[in-house]
Ligand binder design. Structure first.
Ligand code: ARG
Length: 466
């Protein structure tokens, strides 16, 4: 058994059960890159502040770089008796370069170290997510462009409401995922705060320069309160809440794809490459990908709930409970990334049935609002126009007719203001073309929104070097 780095105070060795119970190396090994980057910055700062000699700094930094190579080559043994990634790396450093390795932990604690590692990890994750969301948003915009003129029924309460163009419907999701990117960028401001130097909870007696460590690690800010810095996980909770909202949006999109891919709707065909079959029913082609995305939403919400619950009763400052932040966090990070990536691909291979969408858009007295609007233009107050139109719809139902099939005489029974031009007014094409209020479904506006979105995406590409 490896000797514990904190073993000085202990007469007995740790119970095996406790060792297994408390070890986090099985999952926190994922922080190795951040841990090493943080240690190198810390060590260089200690050197600059005269706390370590140049020679010591060089040995430690070289040792850490070699350890990173060992890990990446798969030559590093993650020993569970060493508890966590921080201990494992420090122990290996001492093994490699001798006693001087033990100087690395001067003016530092695992409490501020793990907070730093997590912040670095999430910072990278956010940058990665912005890329993934960028390609998802690009897929959506491309699809919206293809179907910018395609008329379909728009729904409220899952009932035919008003005709819209498919491009407009799709661009609604562009808005959601754009907000998600904005939310992540905003969250990054709080993630991007450097906690190292808070030490265990009270700061350190050594003359360190925390701003220098921050500079080495490219942090724009350092934490102001050491107690808060080691006990805060708000940044992770914020990240998970942004992640949960991404999943919420993906899940709604998935639900629509599942519905639209059914025989009943028949709006869309998901390509074979993104479906799977049934082991018993030979005819089946199931939309498993959107179903799984919808299903995985639960585990991401679960991660958020785990962290919120874990935090709520903790006294200041660090408590070991905080170790429980990592598994849900990592699990959620993987799930969201996989879902965003696969959705982007799936969307780029969708084919919509434009004929069917149009046929469906003709059904359900879908231009009744336009008829009411027509009456309003003839100076009938909207409320009365609504009533008259309702009566016309009732008449249609009774006589099994569509609105457009009514004779002018029949219509004029309900209002003498109606004339021949009504027929053009209640066409679905007229209905969408006339919806020109800003943000509306008129294809011209939708195309303009698509153009703007494309500019935004292009601009982001340059700005964030995507
Ligand atoms: N593995 C620990 C965690 O994830 C690191 C910090 C341990 N600190 C301590 N005082 N035991 O939170």
């Amino acid at each position: 058994m490896a000797k514990k780095l904190w073993g000085g105070r202990f007469k007995q060795s740790t119970n095996r059960l406790v060792e297994d119970f408390s070890a986090s190396i099985d999952f926190d090994w994922r922080l190795y890159r951040e841990d090493i980057a943080g240690s190198i910055a810390h060590c260089k700062m200690l050197g600059q502040c005269g706390i370590l000699t140049e020679d010591e700094v060089e040995k430690i930094v070289d040792g850490l770089i070699e350890i990173q190579r060992e890990i990446e080559r798969g030559d590093f043994e993650f020993d569970p008796t060493l508890e966590d990634i921080h201990m494992a790396i420090e122990q290996r450093l001492i093994e490699k370069i001798g006693d001087v390795g033990g100087k690395l932990h001067t003016a530092r604690s695992r409490n501020d170290q793990v907070a730093l590692d997590l912040r670095l990890y999430l910072r990278n994750t956010i940058k990665w997510y912005l890329k993934l969301l960028h390609s998802l948003r690009t897929s959506i915009v491309n699809l919206a462009e293809k179907y910018a003129d395609t008329i379909m029924p728009g729904f409220t309460h899952l009932q035919h409401a008003q005709p819209i163009v498919l491009g407009h419907h799709l661009m609604a999701y562009y808005e959601m995922f754009t907000r998600d990117s904005e939310r992540l960028k905003d969250c990054l401001k709080r993630v991007n705060v450097m906690p190292l130097g808070s030490a265990a909870l009270a700061g350190t007696t050594f003359p360190i320069d925390r701003n220098l460590t921050a500079k080495y690690l490219d942090f724009p800010e350092i934490s102001r309160n050491s107690i808060d810095a080691v006990s805060d996980r708000d940044f992770a909770i914020e990240f998970l809440s942004a992640a949960s909202i991404i999943m919420l949006h993906l899940s709604r999109l998935s639900e629509e794809l599942v519905l639209w891919n059914s025989i009943e709707f028949g709006f869309v065909a998901i390509s074979d490459a993104f479906c799977t079959g049934s082991s018993i029913m030979p005819q089946k082609k199931n939309p498993d990908v959107p179903e799984l995305i919808r299903g995985k939403t639960g585990r991401v919400y679960g991660a958020l709930t785990s962290l919120l619950t874990m935090m709520k009763g903790l006294p200041l400052a660090y408590n070991r409970d905080l170790q429980e932040d990592k598994e849900p966090l990592f699990d959620a990070i993987d799930a969201v990334a996989a879902c965003v990536e696969i959705m982007a691909r799936l969307l780029s291979e969708l084919t919509f049935d434009e004929t069917r969408l149009r046929e469906e858009a003709e059904k359900g007295f879908i231009t009744a609002t336009d008829l009411a609007d027509y009456l309003v233009r003839k100076n009938i107050p909207f409320r009365r126009a609504h009533r008259i139109t309702g009566e016309i719809v009732q008449y249609c139902i009774k006589h099994n007719k569509r609105l457009e099939a009514l004779q002018l005489d029949e219509l004029r029974e309900f209002s003498g203001t109606i004339s021949k031009d009504i027929y053009d007014y209640i066409k679905i094409d007229t209905s969408v073309n006339k919806r020109t209020s800003y943000g509306g479904t008129a294809p011209g506006l939708v195309k303009e929104a698509i153009r703007e979105a494309k500019n935004v995406l292009e601009d982001e590409k340059e700005r964030y070097a995507l």
